[in-house]
Design a protein around this ligand. Structure first.
Ligand code: PGA
Length: 253
């Protein structure tokens, strides 16, 4: 599980389907050498194929290991290609993305599947980072709040009763496009998400809401300076040591 008591804002990288053994090692070594990056509030969600490699490279380090998805099946068995929450825990995984828009789009992940993933992750002591966000047409027609509220409602039962919940607001139109939501758009949506979660989960739950979507070295510190933003989820810029370090420096301010 992620350590909640660092005081700093979260920086979670998402390598998506990128990496090779040699380049992973080079990138990791560059990051681990920097104490502002090799810190408990920083994590990397790597491809399943490289979790084992990362387990070894991150042994004894502060930087946290994450997965990009987890099976909605809990128990070992005949589920070809799947990786269970228990397997992730065995590898020392501290968090997993759940419901990233690319998973929703290409793998048709349903609310039932996402809810099961969330439950299994918590059961194994892994923080599920639940990703929500509207597409371009929803933003253009002004229904983004309803879309995101619907995504939260779809998994609210699986989040109920938890001490700690982590969400990432990632407008789909800002992912990998170079377009970033404006600071005003980020604040407005984060406020709505927090209100929605408070209503559903109650005030005893600690809620962290990250922003994701074309976060880079040059916009990270402005986004991270917003009090409504508890951290960032970084895709493309997490593949470049210099970019990712600079995002982390923005979080430590
Ligand atoms: P991006 O991806 O930073 O490349 O836009 C973010 C994400 O998909 O998590």
């Amino acid at each position: 599980m992620l350590n909640v008591a660092t005081g700093a804002k979260w920086v979670l990288g998402n390598w998506k389907m990128n990496g090779r053994l040699a380049s992973n090692q080079r990138l990791l070594e560059a990051l681990l050498a920097d104490p502002q990056v090799n810190a408990g509030h920083v994590g990397l969600a790597v491809p399943s194929a490289y979790l084992g490699q990362m387990t070894h490279l991150l042994a004894g380090q502060a930087l946290r290991l994450g997965a990009q998805c987890v099976s909605h099946f809990a128990d070992d068995g005949a589920y070809t290609g799947e990786v269970s929450a228990a397997m992730l825990a065995d590898l020392g995984v501290a968090f997993t993305l759940v419901g990233h828009s690319e998973r929703r789009q290409y793998f048709a992940e349903s609310d039932d599947s996402l809810s099961a993933q969330i439950r299994h992750a918590y059961a194994q002591g892994i923080m599920p980072v639940v990703c929500v966000g509207e597409g371009l047409s929803a933003r253009e027609t002004g229904v983004q709040d309803a879309v995101v509220a619907g995504q939260i409602a779809g998994v609210a039962a699986a989040l109920a009763g938890r001490d700690r919940v982590m969400l990432a607001y990632e407008p789909v139109w800002a992912i990998g496009t170079g377009l970033t939501a404006s600071l005003g758009q980020i604040v407005a949506m984060h406020e709505k998400i927090r209100a929605c979660l408070l209503e559903k989960l109650g005030s005893s739950c600690t809620i962290s809401i990250l922003y994701g979507g074309s976060v880079k070295a040059d916009n990270a510190s402005d986004i991270l300076s917003l009090s409504e933003v508890d951290g960032v989820l970084v895709g493309g810029a997490s593949l470049d040591a210099g970019q990712f370090k600079n995002v982390c420096y923005g979080a430590a301010k």
